[in-house]
Ligand binder design. Structure first.
Ligand SMILES: Nc1ncnc2c1ncn2[C@@H]1O[C@H](COP(=O)(O)OP(=O)(O)OP(=O)(O)O)[C@@H](O)[C@H]1O
Length: 552
């Protein structure tokens, strides 16, 4: 029994162990079941996740496939671009290689230029230093120029003073005598003097001499200074004896028939200079008709025969031009008048006789005196050529007038006036001068008796007579004034002297050119003219002392 009981106990212990084992196996099975459920949940989750992932992967694949397509397209485009780029690159390579060649060339050029530049720089440096040296030289040269200009102006003032002194020493009134040559027509036509002049002089020429073209006995003994002229005449005494007379005259200068226009002008050119210096200059041509007054004053068209008017005007322009460098600027204007029967006619006016009444006005200021004539044309002059044109215009007027009024030109005075005003920008000086060139009426009318029957001629003769003797009186009075101080000068006695009042006084310089005919027939007129000129020559305004010898 015990064995049984032990067996039962053992069986019961076994049973209990087995129950316990069963219970724990059940618990394990439960756990396993739970684990299985969990695992299948897990699996389900994983499956779902997997299918989700598969879907996502498929989408991804599709996306990638799209992307691959896009990339493939891009690649294709890129390849095309690349191809193009390759082409561009190869073109660029060619360009680059070309440019590198050019670059090499340019580099060579740059090197050459740089070498040149550095050479030029060296030259520039040298030039700069030379320039700065020259600038210094220039500054000192400018200083020197300014000094020299000041010296030149000083010298110019001294020259003016000396020039004026020379002119004064020569005498402010001078007389030249010019004998014209015998002309071919003198030998073929009767001398003008024979046609109309009787002689009032006691020295009437021998009628035998008064044949066609007979030449007067004129000598020029002073071969050194050319100041003398000697005329020989023969006349019959009451007893019928032939009487020979010799007449000596002396002037500032005597010009023989061979003298040229330029010889005469040489002696006058200084006067032209004077009027640029601010003096009034008056040059008269005096003498009988046909003695060469117009030839002397106006002359011919050629260079050699040009007269004193164009020569003096050119000289004035030349002198004015020469003074430009010393700061002088000049303005010039011209007028050309004719005085006929004591009336003034403007030769630059519209018609040959302008019919206007012209009045002479003298304007006087403290420093200068000027004369103007109302209603006349005054032409501004800039070149000697304009003066030639002016002279031509005046001459054409005179020629028409001469034809209309029977040789009026020989019986009128013509007065060409060139007015000059100058100012000096450096010194502030101003000056006003004038050059009057006067062709006087034929002087033989003084003695003409043939005019008596002709009223018009008589009037002309009286007017010429009056104005020429008024001129002589004015010059004589000026001479007396020079010696004794204040004296009345009868300028108003004729239009000519009144017109020339300012040019026949004060700081004026006067030259009379006595023109003589070489013909024996004109001897009496020549002697009368020579006596008048001697009276003028005896007048000295200034310091000149003349050696005179009267007629013997
Ligand atoms: N020095 C000279 N040389 C050459 N010919 C001259 C000279 N002088 C005058 N003649 C000539 O003599 C002639 C008369 O001269 P011109 O006409 O100049 O005299 P004029 O005194 O002015 O006369 P008018 O009072 O009538 O005007 C002219 O033919 C002129 O060319």
């Amino acid at each position: 029994m015990d064995a049984e009981r032990t067996k039962v106990a053992e069986l019961e212990a076994n049973h209990r162990a087995l129950s316990r084992e069963l219970a724990s196996s059940k618990a394990v099975e439960l756990d396993k079941r739970r684990e299985l459920v969990n695992a299948s949940d897990e699996m389900e989750k994983m499956r779902m996740k997997h299918s989700r992932e598969v879907m996502e992967l498929e989408m991804e694949i599709q996306k990638r496939a799209r992307e691959i397509r896009e990339l493939t397209e891009e690649l294709r485009l890129a390849k095309e671009d690349l191809e193009r780029e390759r082409e561009t690159v190869s073109t660029l390579r060619a360009t680059v290689s070309h440019q590198s060649t050019a670059h090499v060339t340019l580099n060579a050029q740059i090197n050459a230029l740089q070498a040149e530049k550095s050479a030029l720089q060296t030259q520039l440096d040298a030039a700069t230093s030379a320039v700065s040296q020259q600038t210094l030289d220039q500054v000192s040269a400018n200083r020197r120029i300014a000094e020299l200009e000041a010296e030149a102006r000083e010298a110019e003032m001294v020259r003016r003073k000396l020039h004026n002194m020379v002119q004064e020493l020569k005498g402010n009134i001078r007389v030249f005598c010019r004998v014209r040559p015998v002309l071919p027509h003198d030998l073929t036509s009767p001398p003008a003097g024979l046609r109309r002049s009787g002689s009032s002089s006691g020295n009437s020429p021998n009628p035998d001499e008064q044949e066609k073209g007979a030449v007067a006995d004129i000598a020029f003994p002073d071969k050194r200074d050319h100041k003398e002229i000697v005329l020989a005449s023969s006349s019959s005494s009451a007893m019928g004896n032939e009487r020979k007379e010799v007449h000596n005259f002396s002037f500032d200068r005597v010009f023989e028939p061979e003298s040229t226009q330029s010889d005469v002008f040489e002696e006058i050119s200084l006067l032209a200079q004077s009027c640029v210096d601010g003096y009034n200059v008056c040059i008269f041509a005096y003498g009988q008709t046909g003695s060469g007054k117009s030839f002397t004053m106006e002359g011919g068209a050629s260079e050699a025969t040009m007269g004193m008017i164009p020569r003096a005007v050119s000289e004035v322009f030349r002198a004015a031009q020469a003074l430009k460098s010393k700061g002088w600027e000049y303005k010039m204007e011209g007028q050309f008048l004719e005085i006929y029967n004591e009336t003034i006619n403007d030769l630059l006016g519209k018609g040959e006789f302008d019919k206007k009444k012209h009045e002479i006005k003298h304007d006087k200021t403290a420093s200068s005196a000027s004369t103007r004539v109302t209603d006349v044309n005054v032409m501004p002059l800039h070149t000697p050529r304009e003066v030639t044109a002016l002279l031509r215009l005046a001459n054409s007027r005179r020629t028409v007038a001469a034809t209309l009024m029977n040789e009026r030109s020989s019986r009128s005075h013509s007065v060409f006036t060139l007015r000059i005003s100058g100012s000096n920008e450096h010194t502030g000086e101003r000056c006003e001068g004038s050059l009057n060139l006067v062709d006087l009426a034929g002087s033989e009318r003084l003695n003409s008796s043939g005019a008596a029957g002709d009223k018009e001629r008589l009037k002309e003769t009286q007017n010429i007579n009056r104005s020429l003797s008024a001129l002589g009186d004015v010059i004589a009075a000026l001479g007396e004034k020079g010696e004794k101080g204040e004296k009345h000068i009868p300028y108003r006695n004729s239009k000519l002297t009144y017109l020339l009042q300012n040019s026949l006084s004060g700081n004026s310089k006067t030259l009379m050119i006595l023109n003589l005919s070489p013909l024996a027939a004109h001897l009496s007129e020549s002697l009368t003219s020579l006596r008048f000129a001697t009276k003028v020559n005896n007048t000295t305004i200034g310091t000149a002392k003349k050696q005179l010898r009267g007629s013997s």
